[in-house]
Design a binder for this molecule. Structure first.
Ligand code: CTP
Ligand code: MG
Length: 215
């Protein structure tokens, strides 16, 4: 297909503490099913990276599965190598509330530089800490919290990943690898509802919110 959605879902969900996080249910659907459903209408194929044994625990998915790696970065590289799509949209299974308008905005924005990500301007005061104490104020002006989806030209992202592998770089997300490789990433205003389910507090929020979500 011309466009593929790549969903890294192979994490072990250590901070949440309920087993593989993508299998955790929120309002009657797993986090992974919510991500697949949000993306399917926008792409020609959906690929999901899973850890060994996860597939058995899942209801049938409208997606192709590949084996994940030991880091998110490795899982995304496995996904990238499994598709020939021209444009890839990478989205964490751990972000269940993704609206159609944002996906469309990212698919338009990607054409500028070959890389675009959802991100939110930071609203809180930001500080750097040392040993649990406030060490320095970080100037909040022009700071953004980076989310997913992130959309790329597949060739550009694959080149960044392969270089990262050769040179031993790691980044917490794909846009970070693009920047490290000298590329430019367009920031598209995301949405507070796109929060990542990381901790038990996030899960409580997701479960309370799910009933109002019709995306
Ligand atoms: N992920 C992955 N492969 C890994 C690690 C993470 O595909 N080896 C995926 C997760 O499944 C998740 C996304 O990357 O959808 C973001 O990672 P994170 O929120 O850190 O999830 P986990 O790694 O599962 O959680 P934790 O770090 O608490 O163990
Ligand atoms: Mg993790």
């Amino acid at each position: 297909g011309r466009r593929a959605a790549l969903i890294p879902a192979a994490g072990s969900g250590e901070r949440l503490g309920l087993g593989p996080k993508a299998l955790v249910e929120v309002g009657g659907l797993t986090l992974l099913e919510r991500a697949v459903r949000a993306l399917s209408p926008h792409v020609d194929e959906v690929l999901v990276a899973l850890a060994p044994g996860m597939e058995r625990a899942l209801p049938p998915l409208n997606a192709r599965t590949v084996l994940g790696g030991s880091s998110r970065q490795e899982s995304v590289l496995n996904l990238l190598r499994a598709t020939e799509a021209e444009v890839v949209l990478v989205h964490d299974a751990a972000r269940p509330f993704l609206g159609a308008a944002l996906v469309e905005g990212l698919l338009e924005a990607v054409h500028e530089t070959g890389a675009a990500t959802a991100a939110l301007p930071c609203a809180d005061t930001l500080v750097r800490a040392h040993g649990g104490r406030w060490a320095a104020l970080v100037d909040r002006e022009n700071t953004w919290a980076v989310q997913t989806p992130q959309v790329f030209s597949r060739e550009l992202l694959l080149a960044a990943h392969e270089r990262a592998l050769r040179e031993g770089w790691s980044a917490t997300d794909d846009a970070g690898l693009i920047v490290r490789a000298g590329g430019e990433v367009r920031l598209v205003p995301g949405d507070a509802r796109l929060f990542k389910v990381t901790t038990p507090g996030d899960l409580a929020l997701a479960r309370a919110f799910a009933g109002t979500w019709d995306g």
